[in-house]
Design a protein around this ligand. Structure first.
Ligand code: CA
Length: 426
């Protein structure tokens, strides 16, 4: 089916600024509460939120086989479970309805009032109920940097890393939408030199991890695997993902079983899911993989995406400083490989599952996706515009992540993914 929603020449009758993350070619999906306290599924064009529940009730999706209450829900899980054909029909129909030349809704004042709201009047929620959250470790630069810092620069990459898309099962209950504050976690840390008792208190090394996460549909039954060439059929879309980390807690706890409380206190996501369909024009060549992965991880075609990523730190009452610029295309393992690997043992993936990419670091020092790497574990403090420096994140700091794709025709963005660190609760 044609993705007519991606037509780069289409213009909308809504006013959209040129640098908006949400032109009519984006049409992301999210969940919000209206000013009348109604929760609904919606989309966004420019600075307008569009109530898909109301649109459906008014009959604007009558040509598409959808259940009556598909958009009158507090999560996108059921809509995502309807599959890619339905996602495409709905996105194409929204594009058509808001096309400059279409008067159906534009010229129906009362319907328009029921459906289109200013973005400032709504409150974004989590877009999906996340059953399971998996976090990969797919940036070679990041894995090499962390291996150098935590273990041994000469053997920074573990011997399995170039063969296995490494991942672990994370915590979904603490995934929160952009704007939700994050409490500095309490925890244990490595005993000081010459002592046997671990430290305990508020983490001193709170960090961000610049990631993206993809959201799946119900893809396979338990015991079945997804062949790699079919994986993208089951990916609904992506969000920005800040996988907050407490490095002191992590360093003490992570052996032998991996990350635990150093990671599970919070992960912030951008609230609009940008569909994989909308990212279609931004496919780029996959990174060269040497050695060649096993056959179940080999795939033809471009499975990487050119998505510019940025991180800023804004201290309380100060202006923001951009501390990192990276790109999603730096991922060594693609989403297709990650999903094929995730299910190769027969593990079933469900609608609304979230798969973090792992921290996305680029090849240069200003493209690292965490303070651990940017400050090289505190050895090179990062200067901010207000004259202070940061080794890690202070109380009162807001971390702001952004992502967008751009070509000569269109810019598709994700909106902000922000979180402010608050002092530990006492
Ligand atoms: Ca992570």
């Amino acid at each position: 089916m044609n993705i007519t929603a991606n037509n780069p020449t289409r213009k909308t009758w809504l006013e959209v600024s040129k640098d908006s993350d949400f032109p009519i070619q984006n049409i992301p999906f999210g969940v919000f509460i209206t000013k009348d306290d109604i929760i609904t599924i919606g989309t966004r064009i420019g600075d307008f939120a569009i109530d898909l529940g109301a649109l459906h009730q008014l009959g604007y999706f009558s040509e598409i086989p959808l259940t009556d209450d598909i958009f009158l829900q507090d999560s996108l899980n059921d809509f995502i479970a309807d599959g890619r054909k339905t996602w495409r029909l709905v996105r194409n129909r929204i594009a058509e309805l808001f096309d400059m030349t279409n008067g159906e809704l534009r010229d129906h004042t009362s319907h328009r009032t029921d459906v289109v709201f200013g973005i400032d009047t709504i409150e974004m929620q989590l877009p999906v109920t996340v059953g399971d959250y998996t976090d990969f470790y797919a940036s070679k630069e990041h894995a090499t940097n962390v291996g150098s810092l935590f273990r041994d620069p000469k053997n920074a990459l573990m011997p399995n890393w170039l063969h296995v898309p490494i991942g672990y099962h994370g915590r979904s209950s603490s995934i929160i939408p952009s704007g939700t504050p994050v409490r500095r976690p309490m925890g244990q840390s490595r005993p000081l030199e010459g002592t046997n008792t671990p430290g305990f208190g508020p983490s001193k090394l709170v960090d961000f991890e610049l990631e993206m996460a993809f959201i799946t549909t119900a893809a396979n039954n338990l015991g079945e695997r997804i062949p790699i060439e079919e994986t993208e059929e089951h990916i609904f879309g992506l969000v920005l993902f800040n996988d907050w980390s407490a490095r002191d807690i992590q360093a003490w706890e992570y052996q032998p079983l991996g990350p635990f409380l150093g990671k599970s206190f919070a992960s912030t996501i951008s609230p609009w899911i940008v569909t994989l369909d909308a990212l279609e024009p931004f496919r780029v060549d996959n990174p060269r993989q040497e050695p060649t992965p096993l056959p179940y991880l080999q795939v033809e075609g471009k499975k990487s995406y050119d998505i510019h990523l940025q991180v800023g730190i804004q201290p309380e009452n100060e202006k923001e400083t951009i501390v990192a610029n990276s790109n999603f295309k730096y991922m060594y393992w693609t989403m297709a490989q990650q999903l094929a690997h995730h299910t190769v043992n027969g593990c079933n993936v469900r609608s609304g599952d979230m798969m973090g990419s792992g921290t996305i670091s680029g090849p240069t020092k200003d493209s690292y996706g965490s303070m651990l790497e940017l400050s090289w574990r505190g050895q090179n403090p990062v200067p901010l515009n207000d004259g202070t420096t940061r080794k890690f994140i202070n109380d009162g700091d807001t971390v702001i992540m952004r992502a967008h794709c751009e070509n000569k025709d269109v810019r598709i963005g994700f909106g902000d993914c922000t979180g402010k660190v608050l002092p530990t609760l006492v």
